[in-house]
Design a protein around this ligand. Structure first.
Ligand SMILES: [Zn+2]
Length: 509
């Protein structure tokens, strides 16, 4: 692809600019930043100067960026090539044989209402990834090996430095977040076990975590696209009329490409166009509640960008952890509204479970990924890691994160999860959990003081690329992210759902 070839040119321009900033005398630099025109972008300029200090010569940086097209980036593309060759054979109920792609098998495995179907696909799913495990382990070893060498050549010894800087986050904050989560895991394990019992098992099976809970004669509600739009707009309005008006215009101007047709990749995606100042959404809508939540999620991203268009370009470059805050917040509004409108106990249980699946993803699944990546990077610093070692590391991470509570584990999860193979973002995991709990905090804040919440919320979003995340939380929420209190308060909010789920379901087991 042509744009890839052009990338080193752009990177060279950035290198020269960063190094120029780094070369300025400290006293002159400080003086310069007091200029009224620069004040508003001072934080970003400091970041660029900091990065400039780590850079090698222009020529060396250019060689490195050019080689990276056939190194780091190539390994990531190679992953996609191997995934495209994954085929999972499956026999439908009517006896017809089909070959599922990885994406199709994944959806069926997680959301199929029949437990036997989920179990059968999970077994074949594990097999399919294990058959090509050596190819995936080569890819992972070289991708992260390339990254570690690059960091080392730039004098960076700690592999977490880059992801932390990308997210403008202190290690202390990240550690406090995870340790507070770890201390609170038991009730979530209890929820998983209760859900397993509702599904007729003693312990939760890996493939059943996202299975629907359908009690009594409960069937899942469906929504037309227009119904989804009306529901989202109505409920956004209760928190922020501007968010509602924005969503309405996104629907009216067809910024959401949601047609259900074959050949589309799974998941939702939102991207912004600075020239037209529009944000467009790509997803597949097939009428489920989960997809209503996906629209809300992506609209949350779009709204975030929309309140920043008038800011200096540098101050629009927010990081992934705060991006996932705006989106999760929008999703929460819709999830809670759906719960409120539930007609029966069974429907309420089903919807609470959908909400709690998110919590499990954030506190257990993503924690697994974080633990695994830490262990993998540590091992990779010493040398190549064998396929067996990687799978063992993964199962250990799952056991640690799920407090050893599951009936079975997923040894080749490291191969099946695309996030481990992304080239430009290392540690594509903890920002999700951060965004989830940060937005829970904002949501609690909104419910406490509704009067000028909209203004406060927009002010927070507009600052997301102009300060560190700790400063953002202090300034707008008055909280200290390095302390456990804020995290505990967010987890307590989620625990309310767990408690309700436990009490509603106790008569069913
Ligand atoms: Zn998102």
């Amino acid at each position: 692809m042509n744009y890839r070839k052009k990338l080193p040119k752009y990177q060279l321009a950035m290198t020269i600019f960063s190094k120029k900033l780094a070369a300025i005398e400290t006293n002159d630099w400080k003086q310069w930043l007091t200029d009224s025109k620069l004040k508003s972008i001072a934080f970003r300029l400091e970041e660029i100067r900091r990065d400039g200090n780590k850079l090698l010569s222009d020529t060396q940086e250019n060689i490195f960026h050019t080689l990276s097209l056939d190194g780091l980036k190539a390994w990531s593309q190679h992953y996609d090539t191997i995934v495209a060759s994954i085929i999972i054979p499956f026999t439908e109920k009517d006896g017809s044989k089909v070959e599922l792609s990885a994406g199709q098998a994944f959806n069926k495995m997680n959301s199929h209402p029949d437990a036997d179907v989920r179990a059968e696909i999970f077994e074949k799913w594990e097999q399919a990834w294990s058959q090509k495990a050596d190819l995936f382990s080569d890819t992972l070893n070289h991708l992260d090996g390339f990254r570690l060498s690059t960091q080392k050549l730039h004098g960076i010894e700690n592999y977490l430095q880059e992801p932390l800087e990308n997210n403008r986050l202190k290690q202390e904050t990240l550690d406090t977040m995870w340790s507070t989560i770890q201390k609170n895991k038991q009730p979530f394990v209890d929820y998983l076990t209760r859900k397993a019992q509702l599904l007729g098992n003693d312990k939760m099976k890996w493939q059943d975590q996202e299975a629907p809970v359908l009690l009594g004669n409960m069937h899942e509600e469906t929504y037309t696209f227009d119904e989804a739009a009306a529901f989202i707009i109505k409920n956004f309005r209760e928190f922020s009329p501007k968010m509602a008006t924005f969503a309405q215009s996104a629907f009216e101007n067809s910024w959401i490409e949601a047609e259900d047709r074959p050949g589309k990749r799974p998941g939702g995606y939102c991207t912004s166009f600075p020239e037209s100042q529009e944000s467009h959404i790509f997803m597949t809508y097939s009428h489920s509640m989960n997809e209503v939540a996906t629209i809300a999620h992506e609209l949350g991203h779009a709204f975030h960008s929309s309140v920043m268009w008038d800011l200096p370009v540098l101050n629009q470059e927010y990081a992934m952890n705060v991006a996932e805050t705006a989106s999760t917040f929008a999703e929460l509004i819709v999830a809670d509204a759906t719960l409120k409108k539930a007609q029966t106990k069974e429907e309420k249980i089903n919807l609470l479970d959908v909400k709690l699946q998110n919590a499990i993803a954030m506190f257990m699944n993503i924690h697994t990924r974080y633990i695994f990546e830490n262990h993998f990077y540590q091992a990779r610093q010493k040398g190549l890691v064998s396929t067996e070692q990687i799978s063992e590391m993964m199962v250990n991470a799952q056991k640690e994160s799920y407090l050893d509570s599951l009936a079975n584990y997923h040894p080749h999860f490291w191969a099946a999860k695309l996030h481990f193979f992304i080239d430009d973002v290392p540690f594509y995991n903890f920002p999700y959990t951060f965004g989830y709990l940060f937005s829970t905090g904002i949501y609690a804040f909104a419910n406490e003081q509704k009067t000028n919440f909209e203004e406060d919320y927009i002010a927070l979003l507009r600052d997301t690329a102009a300060m560190t995340t700790e400063e953002l939380a202090k300034k707008h929420l008055g909280v200290d992210l390095t302390q456990p209190d804020f995290w505990q308060a967010g987890i307590n909010k989620v625990l309310e759902d767990v408690n309700e789920f436990m009490s509603l379901t106790k008569d069913y087991v």
